[in-house]
Design a protein around this ligand. Structure first.
Ligand code: C2E
Ligand code: MG
Ligand code: MG
Ligand code: MG
Length: 292
């Protein structure tokens, strides 16, 4: 048993640790070219208010279709980018693209916040808040049109905590979400002191919510904690109606997952939003007779 575990550990970790393996270097080179050629796309996944199923917003998720390898998961290439000079550029590219999309929707009356994932280094990048401020002005977007998601692991380090960027973003009015909550080691004191408005409970706890009493306990107490701090709770990994209903009963504010809406290419996301945000018929169209 131990040998097997050790072996699988080795298989998993060695390629990752070798920063200069030909495999990694070639993928990094390809990513560099993909950015230059605009081969990366953002897909948008709905975030849905659980109480009434209204649209809360969308999360932008990066998609890369490699010419030879086919689709490469962001969980694979984001860490590669993070360990190189590419991350900064990638984030600027993603924020630019997401904000252009937000502006298109916003100015067509589809006014939902777009959430963008950023990583550790981005928060130490002094230019980030300035880039966002300038883009908001250029695109005539209010700060509430953009939200940033940072993983718990990242945000809980002293370095990130101390970063001016977080305070500058908060001053602009750009909301911050703590992503993948439950996978790191948060201190409650820190959670309370950070300018975070949303906590996203990691899918690994949510997926088995209705089957595992342990996971249910974790999710339930997290929702209560988040609520007691006056923050919004968002559950990731909502894969069934049962999970959505249970989360709603546990007073979770917002859900995200395949059952509520998959990540969609821009055109599909636009159609989805248009359909979901379609208002009730204008009052002039149908007037109920008085006294009816
Ligand atoms: P994340 O921010 O926690 O995003 C949620 C992930 O859960 C996405 O994976 C999404 O496709 C997936 N997901 C959606 N619905 C379900 C569901 O019902 N069940 C399960 N099990 N998963 C679901 P994806 O797109 O593969 O992205 C993985 C991670 O890569 C993201 O996790 C985020 O940390 C990172 N990432 C993605 N796009 C970007 C980006 O533009 N910039 C940065 N820095 N990171 C990104
Ligand atoms: Mg996220
Ligand atoms: Mg997450
Ligand atoms: Mg994640």
């Amino acid at each position: 048993y131990l040998a097997k575990e050790a072996r699988s550990g080795v298989e998993f970790y060695v390629p990752d640790k070798d920063r200069n393996s030909p495999e990694r270097l070639s993928l990094q080179g390809d990513l560099r070219r993909a950015i230059d050629r605009g081969e990366l796309e953002l897909h948008y996944q709905p975030k849905v208010t659980l109480a009434d199923r209204s649209v809360d917003g969308v999360e932008a998720l990066l998609r890369w279709w490699h010419p030879v390898r086919g689709p490469v998961s962001p969980s694979e290439f984001i860490p590669l980018a993070e360990q190189s000079y590419l991350m900064r550029e990638l984030t600027q590219y993603v924020i630019g693209m997401a904000m252009e999309q937000a502006a298109q929707w916003w100015h067509q009356g589809m006014q939902v916040p777009v959430s963008v994932n950023v990583s550790a280094r981005d928060l130490l990048d002094n230019g980030l808040a300035e880039q966002i401020e300038a883009a908001l002005a250029r695109l005539r977007l209010p700060a509430r049109a953009l939200r940033l998601e940072v993983t718990e692991r990242v945000l809980m380090t002293d370095q990130a905590y101390a970063a001016d960027t977080i305070r500058e973003l908060a001053a602009l009015g750009v909301q911050l979400a703590l992503d993948d909550f439950g996978t790191g080691y948060s201190s409650l004191v820190r959670l309370q002191r950070l300018p975070v408005s949303e906590v996203k409970i990691d899918a690994s706890f949510v997926r088995r919510l209705t089957e595992s009493p342990d996971d249910e306990r974790i999710v339930r107490s997290t929702i209560e904690l988040v609520r007691s701090l006056g923050l919004r709770s968002v559950a990731e990994g909502v894969e069934s109606a049962e999970i959505a209903d249970r989360l709603r009963d546990l007073n979770c504010d917002v859900g995200q997952g395949w059952w509520l809406g998959e990540p969609m290419a821009p055109a599909d996301a636009t159609a989805w939003l248009r359909e979901r945000l379609r208002t009730d018929p204008p009052i002039t169209a149908v007037e109920a007779p008085a006294g009816a």
